[in-house]
Design a protein around this ligand. Structure first.
Ligand SMILES: C[S@@+](CC[C@H](N)C(=O)[O-])C[C@H]1O[C@@H](n2cnc3c(N)ncnc32)[C@H](O)[C@@H]1O
Length: 246
């Protein structure tokens, strides 16, 4: 049984019981060259599901000026504000659910996600399924297409809920990105899982996927991943909106 990754209470409990920093999947050093080729210091960056990753602080040291971090866990965000200070060097922290983002359209140049979409997709059953289905009616084409591709064998209710939640998240990403903006996703899920969502023609994203070497940090591989399969890889997806005319 999967932990209830979709519930704020799961993450609040986790961050209360384990306040020590945990970097999921990949650290800044291993991602730096990829980040620097797609994100420039003056870009306004939305970092979704930030956790207590050191990414924003490392990026600030490298000259990035505008990083807005959101996470569903109020416990986590309160602690980050307490430890880091609000608005320090252009780094901001806010409690927000990525499935219902409150930003204006076209607010950010880049959206960064390391492990957050994976947790949205890992949702088992959702007590808020009705809300997601209502939200999905607004973007039914996207959802139907995603489901058609995903649901070739068993389409369980849980899969429906996962897919709707991801579809809702991605339609917000598309909405808050500026023209020629990029969504940069570090994920455990291979292209066969993620591309049906990311390559949906409703977004007109040009999607590139790169397999990343999986680090073993402190020998505790399983702590870094949602999957315990030691052979599984990490993937970097770079999704560019329309034509990148920078
Ligand atoms: C796998 S952890 C990754 C944390 C961090 N990005 C890292 O790489 O170390 C997933 C994070 O996403 C957050 N999260 C889960 N669901 C979310 C949602 N619906 N909206 C915003 N954040 C969410 C969790 O609180 C958690 O901090």
């Amino acid at each position: 049984m999967q932990p209830a990754y979709h519930k704020p209470s799961y993450w609040d409990t986790r961050y209360t019981e384990h306040p020590e920093p945990l970097e999921w999947y990949q650290n800044y050093n291993s991602l730096k060259s990829h980040i620097q080729s797609h994100v420039y210091p003056l870009h306004s960056v939305l970092h979704v599901g930030c956790g207590n990753s050191s990414l924003p602080l490392e990026m600030e040291k490298d000259g990035y000026k505008r990083i807005h971090n959101i996470d569903i866990s109020a416990v986590l965000i309160e602690r980050m504000i307490e430890e880091m200070g609000e608005g320090r060097g252009g780094i901001e922290w806010q409690v927000m659910d990525c499935r219902s983002m409150e930003f204006e359209d076209e607010t950010f140049d880049r959206v960064l996600d390391k492990g957050c979409m994976d947790t949205v997709l890992a949702t088992e059953e959702s007590e808020r399924a009705g809300e997601w289905i209502a939200a999905a009616l607004l973007s039914h084409t996207l959802v139907c297409k995603s489901l058609k591709t995903q649901a070739h064998n068993e389409l369980g209710f849980s899969l429906l809920v996962h897919s709707l939640a991801v579809a809702s998240y991605l339609s917000h990403v598309s909405r808050v990105l500026r023209p020629a903006g990029k969504f940069i996703l570090v994920s455990l899920s291979p292209p066969s899982t993620n591309l049906p969502f990311l390559s949906n023609e409703d977004f007109s994203w040009n999607v590139e996927c790169t397999e990343l070497v999986k680090p073993v940090i402190g020998g505790e591989r399983e702590k870094m991943n949602l999957s315990e399969d030691p052979k599984s890889a990490h993937y970097l997806y770079v999704c560019t909106m329309g034509n990148d005319c920078e």
